[in-house]
Design a protein around this ligand. Structure first.
Ligand SMILES: Cc1cc2nc3c(=O)[nH]c(=O)nc-3n(C[C@H](O)[C@H](O)[C@H](O)COP(=O)(O)OP(=O)(O)OC[C@H]3O[C@@H](n4cnc5c(N)ncnc54)[C@H](O)[C@@H]3O)c2cc1C
Length: 323
């Protein structure tokens, strides 16, 4: 039977942003509800080694970290829901979200932590070798390629930034693009072309990712987009850098977002253009996209949600809320 769940803080998304908001919200007595979505634990559940989340000297596993975060959130009083939100109504005093299960969720405040997914090429070998030489995040995985050769695939700002970042670790970085010029900003291109460790391969599309006998990425099969000629490039790592897609379909026409779909927040805060609705993590961050930044903004969202409710309570329903 369909049920209506009410809470002082409704959180959509169970990655580092959503679960950190839940930990802070629960400890502030807001009895949060987290609707987990199709990827409980978020993006870190599809990776293996995590070496940059503070507090752990040794390499930890992404899925383990998210299990611990969820256990901590539950331990302090969060209710976790196996459901996916299919529509939201942000027009009233209470924010209403409809679950795929038929259940309805009502929150006095709403934290949106639906994340963003890396775009992949969708060619053979890519998903099979993800975490075994294929990555979509140089900041996350670049460190593992110290003294090695890597390739970066893409032609926009992300690709150029990833290539430049990887020069801190790799001895050789090859940027592969399917056209003969880049879309990236000129200043980034200038840095790229001037860098002694970086070379470019133009007019090449990736046909497939090839594994070695050890099951790790060995090479990329390429096709020249002009001549159709086939080739191969040997590499230790491949970084797919063709952009990210924020999960904001639900909020189109309801919340301010930029041209690529990221939710717009007041600078330095998680506040959206609707008071009481907050955005945390990758859904509003196309720059940093890290577990620690997602957790940090999740914490900020919970603190601001608590302040919003306190101010609302103090002002009474007829006055403007200042928080
Ligand atoms: C392969 C890989 C490796 C990475 N490695 C690292 C690393 O080593 N270190 C690091 O700091 N970062 C790493 N990252 C980046 C990091 O995972 C993200 O920055 C972080 O997970 C973002 O957290 P988030 O909470 O904003 O969103 P996400 O983790 O993306 O979580 C989004 C959540 O929203 C839920 N959701 C979406 N839509 C709905 C809906 N309609 N209803 C309900 N729920 C919904 C999803 O189910 C999910 O639980 C990696 C990312 C990837 C893909």
């Amino acid at each position: 039977m369909a049920t209506t769940h009410k809470t002082r803080m409704l959180i959509i998304g169970s990655g580092p942003a959503g679960l950190s908001a839940a930990i802070y919200g629960a400890r502030a007595g807001m009895e949060p509800i987290v609707v987990q979505g199709l990827q409980p634990g978020g993006q870190l559940t599809i990776t293996t080694d995590v070496e940059n989340y503070p507090g752990f000297r040794e390499v930890i596993q992404g899925p383990w970290l998210m299990q611990e975060m969820q256990a901590q959130a539950e331990h302090v009083g969060t209710r976790m829901m196996w459901d996916t939100i299919t529509s939201v109504d942000l027009t009233g005093d209470v924010f209403v979200a409809q679950g795929d299960s038929g259940d309805t969720y009502e929150g006095d405040t709403l934290v949106i932590a639906t994340g963003a997914q890396a775009k992949w090429l969708g060619v053979p070998g890519e998903q099979e070798l993800s975490g075994k030489g294929v990555s979509a995040c140089a900041t996350c995985d670049g460190f593992f390629y110290r003294g090695k050769k890597v390739v970066v695939i893409g032609g926009g700002n992300t690709a150029v930034e990833e290539a430049l970042y990887l020069t801190n670790h790799a001895t050789e970085v090859v940027l592969i693009h399917r056209r003969d010029s880049l879309r990236a900003e000129k200043i980034l291109q200038d840095r790229l072309f001037a860098h002694p460790k970086i070379t470019t391969l133009w007019n090449k599309r990736i046909d497939r990712f090839l594994a070695g006998a050890d099951g790790q990425l060995r090479a990329l099969a390429l096709i020249d987009t002009e001549t159709g000629e086939q080739g191969e490039i040997l590499t230790d790592g491949a970084f797919v850098a063709i952009g990210h897609a924020p999960a904001t379909e639900l909020f189109k026409g309801k919340l301010a977002m930029d041209e690529t779909g990221y939710l717009i927040v007041e600078p330095g805060t998680p506040k959206t253009d609707i008071p009481g609705v907050f955005a945390a993590g990758d859904v509003s961050d196309h720059v940093y996209r890290q577990a620690i930044t997602a957790a940090g903004t999740g914490c900020m969202a919970a603190l601001d949600a608590e302040r919003y409710l306190a101010a609302k309570h103090f002002a009474g329903v007829t006055e403007t809320v200042q928080y």
